[in-house]
Design a protein around this ligand. Sequence first.
Ligand SMILES: C[S@@+](CC[C@H](N)C(=O)[O-])C[C@H]1O[C@@H](n2cnc3c(N)ncnc32)[C@H](O)[C@@H]1O
Length: 378
Amino acid sequence: MTSEPTTDAVPAPEPTGAAMRRGPFRWGDRVQLTDPRGRPATITLIPGGTFQTHKGYFRHEELEGRPEGSTVETTKGVQYLALRPLLADYVLSMPRGAAVVYPKDAGQIVTMADIYPGARVVEAGVGSGGLSMSLLRAIGDGGSLLSVERREDFARIAVANVEGFFGGPHPAWRVEVGDLADVLAAQREPGSVDRIVLDMLAPWENIDAAATALAPGGVFLAYVATATQLSRTAEDLRADGRFTEPVAWESMVRGWHLEGLAVRPEHRMIGHTGFLLTARRLGPGVEPPERRRRPQASAAATDPEDVARLAADAARVQIGDDYAPEDFGERGATEKKTRRAARDAEVIQRAAQRSALAAAPTLEGPSLEGPSGSEEGA
Ligand SMILES: C[S@@+](CC[C@H](N)C(=O)[O-])C[C@H]1O[C@@H](n2cnc3c(N)ncnc32)[C@H](O)[C@@H]1O
């Protein structure tokens, strides 16, 4: 069976950021250069700019107006291949305040949290905005993403990074500076959110707020770095009683070396990034169905409720109420590094606005506004 295209369909408007991802290189574009050894470097094309290496330089003018996939040569004859970075490349090369969600995990999050076009999504924290871009792409211009971040300096970096990627503000995106529980209570009606994605140190602190905001059947997803955080989140979700049984997993991606007959896994890989956990919001007043197999937290306890309570207590004892990011192996960015990341991200953001305008000159110029609640205004 074939489906016939309808001839009278009105063409859909160009999705935000699409136009600047195709066509010849324009001023303001991010360009990923790959040297003969496969090493990448990312530049922003600016009039009068040069790319310097210890093996000579070339002028940005040599790339402007040329198609993606062109090569360019330094004054000492080294060739570079030039392409626009894909989303995964952009995220890994953009300025960072907080650590970003790795692209392999962002892909899992979009699929396993079932982020669909038009979905009403809430994420926290925003960090550097790495995950926000994948979420925005998945919900499209017709969805809504409320991204909440405690730290104003991180929110600023995230806004610059995301606008640098889309060429200006995304119509479905709103960034709020504050604590997730407060922002959710103030800005979202109970039962009005389809998906909640938490990438933060202590997702269990927001289970009540998430249960209140989620619609029946809505997905709760947490991304955590350590097994102790995972266990505490799972046990607190069970204890809350408004969610289905949590499901957890991790993903490992092993690259392959492809050279002649030497076709084999790479020797090195990223062994650990984080664990993912999902659970669904039950209907109002619905008791979670009884679980058949329960964890054996204690050999002596056989009553299912005792076992569940012991497991929850054990998870809480492991972490306690007094913990610091360093306890989970997190090294915070220094103030100096965060300020530099903000400056670099804002340079990319302004350049991308120029590229977006050149790519779609009929569009209204994107504003230079930042996150609401920050100095840059809403
Ligand atoms: C690892 S970063 C998030 C990275 C982000 N997902 C990305 O891909 O760029 C974690 C962030 O959560 C923020 N955070 C932690 N607890 C929070 C809360 N209760 N409400 C809002 N933000 C929070 C932290 O300030 C930090 O910036």
